[in-house]
Design a protein around this ligand. Structure first.
Ligand code: ZN
Length: 317
């Protein structure tokens, strides 16, 4: 069976959709690749997607802006995802710290695993890092970020595990390989896992070990889940069987329109999704028009124009 060779997307909760959109497109320079209604509460919430030109798996960050719902602020902590890394080229750290200063974005620079990581948060406090490294993704050229410095998809996700051994076990069940901490003395309280094979796209999970830290609280400014790549429904079923044989409870398949998904909650507290790569964002819009129109799944029988009037305003470039 083909291996799980990296991350497909991550999903988080925001407050205002406009602020979220402005940050990811105008500050980070990502492409807005899709705007749908949230399938279970279409009249209240958007589902917004950012990524590279096509929304290639391994570049996609998605948000539920919760303005119209009763969701309080979350707190990033133990038992959940605690950061997402995005790839920038080796020589681009000064460009990005300068850009963050110009946009009033606070940041911290750290060295670890022979990489430079520039940590920052989105406007709602959700943590990200720009990490220097390699990627097979081309930057989106439709923003004012010069292509030589542009973000090249995802690098990693960090899980602040409530049960580090449990998180190691599930990653190993998925076929991921551990890079020992001893080999990387500067890595401190994190253990790195890499996807098998020679992909260089979104193929890293760092497990953060801080047992005395406070538990995270899900809400605005926190991540909901990380999705890993599987090629199609057959592979997803095979992986679901493997996970079940190892004691993990997988959900039934959910139709997400642009991919098909199953989920587990791993022992460390994070939600892992297994999303197929064989559909994509061009099923209902041409590549050069991605994100321009509000979309809904075919099975959802609602009047999209009426729904659009009920949703918060969202001005796109
Ligand atoms: Zn997802």
């Amino acid at each position: 069976m083909p291996s799980i060779d990296g991350i497909h997307h991550v999903t988080a909760f925001a407050d205002e959709p406009q602020e979220n959109y402005d940050f990811f497109t105008n500050v980070l320079g990502l492409r807005f690749v899709k705007r749908t209604v949230r399938f279970d509460v279409p009249e209240k919430i958007y589902h917004l997607y950012y990524g590279d030109e096509r929304g290639t798996p391994g570049t996609i960050i998605t948000y539920f802006p919760m303005t119209n719902m009763e969701m309080g602020d979350g707190m990033v902590g133990k038992g959940q995802m605690s950061s997402v890394g995005l790839v920038i080229p080796e020589g681009s750290v000064d460009y990005w710290t300068g850009r963050f200063e110009a946009h009033g974005v606070d940041y911290d620079v750290e060295e670890r695993f022979d990489e430079t990581a520039v940590a920052f948060t989105d406007p709602d406090g959700t943590p990200y890092e720009l990490v220097t490294g390699e990627s097979d993704i081309e930057p989106w050229e439709g923003s004012d970020v010069p292509a030589e410095h542009g973000i090249r998809g995802m690098h990693s996700t960090t899980i602040h595990s409530a049960d580090p051994q449990g998180t190691f076990d599930v990653l190993e069940t998925m076929g991921w390989e551990r890079l020992g901490r001893a080999d990387h003395p500067q890595a401190g309280d994190r253990v790195r896992y890499e996807a098998p094979g020679d992909t260089t796209r979104a193929d890293v999970v760092d497990v953060l070990i801080r047992p005395n830290a406070p538990d995270g609280v899900m809400g605005v400014g926190t991540f909901l889940h990380v999705a890993f790549r599987v090629n199609n429904n057959w592979e997803q079923d095979e992986w679901s069987d493997t996970l079940r044989e190892n004691g993990y409870i997988t959900t039934s398949r959910k139709d997400r329109d642009y991919f098909q998904s199953r989920y587990i909650t791993e022992p460390g507290g994070a939600v892992f999704e297994y999303a197929t790569t064989d559909v994509g964002f061009d099923v209902d819009e041409d590549i050069d028009e991605l994100g321009e129109n509000l979309k809904k799944p075919d099975w959802l029988d609602v009047d999209l124009e009426e729904i659009e009037r009920m949703l918060p305003d969202l001005e796109t470039n």
